[in-house]
Design a binder for this molecule. Structure first.
Ligand SMILES: N=CN[C@@H](CCC(=O)O)C(=O)O
Length: 298
């Protein structure tokens, strides 16, 4: 059955197809496509992903089960700001920063749909974030400009490493050099083993306390490659043994329920390599809905 056939039931509304941003009225959540892909270390078709996620949203309802059930599209004002054209490179990053800055004045939460993980740099800067939480298997502290370096670039530009929390760092997916770099900077690192031992609620509480200290704006970077490769085959760098889909979704909802979280990105999904059944794009779409769910419960 196609998504359009599923949409035929008037008693079963589908998520997505949100109106364009028009005028200057306040918006609770705005979607913004940032299809960067040119500096990815692994070749990727991540520029195809914003459109694919918008399509995949139609598979789901915007409804939390409660009880009572809550239609998030009734509870929140949601808009779609379209895609940033050619967001790679210094000019592209400038456009991302500028658009996110404009949206931050009008929206409670900006959801940037990547694209590869390089977008975290410009989106967090545009949102004027002074705290950062990453849900990611990798440190992203590499030298140079790529999907493996946004956290190092943010720190180089003045983001306080004491306000950075990295959740889901995986064994066999990072080097000792970058683990030492994170430790030397004073970044709070919560590995996948730590997460499993401590539980999601405890980790979310610490992440928000550290990143949100002082009541400042927090950016949430959702790199779907933190998930198990069976869950996220469309992420070039996902690892067998990673998080389950429900774990990522619970982390996203928990973090997004804090009003200090004003921006988020969903990255590293290559919609063109998402075999066998588009499950990574579906998970990314569910992360969008989890961000809405979190926002509705702030
Ligand atoms: N956020 C992802 N970072 C990975 C990217 C690797 C890849 O593209 O294969 C990293 O730095 O290792």
């Amino acid at each position: 059955m196609t998504v359009s056939a599923l949409s035929a039931d008037p008693l079963w509304p589908r998520a997505g197809s949100w109106p364009e941003v028009a005028g200057e009225d306040w918006i609770d959540v705005v979607l913004l496509g940032v299809p960067a892909f040119r500096t990815s270390l692994s070749p990727t078709g991540a520029h195809a992903t914003p459109a694919a996620v918008r399509d995949a949203l139609q598979r789901y309802s915007p409804t939390l089960m409660g009880p009572p059930p809550v239609d998030l599209e009734q509870a929140l004002r949601i808009a779609d700001a379209g895609d940033i054209a050619d967001p790679d490179g210094p000019d592209g990053e400038g456009r991302v920063r500028e658009r996110v800055r404009e949206m931050a004045a009008q929206a409670g939460l900006i959801v940037a749909l990547g694209g590869d993980n390089s977008i975290t740099y410009a989106v967090a800067q545009g949102a004027d974030a002074s705290g950062l939480i990453t849900l990611d298997a990798h440190f992203d502290l590499r030298d140079g400009v790529s999907n493996g370096s946004p956290v190092r670039r943010l720190v180089d530009d003045g983001l306080d490493p004491q306000r950075i929390v990295q959740v889901g760092i995986a064994d066999f997916a990072n080097s000792a050099a970058y683990a030492h770099r994170a430790a030397d900077l004073g970044i709070t690192v919560i590995t996948q083993d730590d997460l499993r031992r401590r539980g999601i609620a405890d980790v979310v509480a610490e992440a928000l306390e550290v990143a949100g200290a002082g009541g400042s704006e927090v950016h949430l970077d959702i790199d779907v490659d933190v998930c198990d490769r069976s869950v996220a085959p469309g992420c070039p760098a996902s690892v067998p043994g990673g998080l389950q889909g429900w774990e990522l979704r619970a982390l996203v909802r928990g973090v997004a329920s804090d009003p200090r979280v004003r921006s988020a990105d969903i990255v590293e999904v290559d919609a063109t390599a998402d075999t066998p059944d588009g499950r990574t794009v579906r998970l990314a779409a569910l992360c969008v809905l989890e961000l809405l769910a979190g926002r509705a419960t702030t």
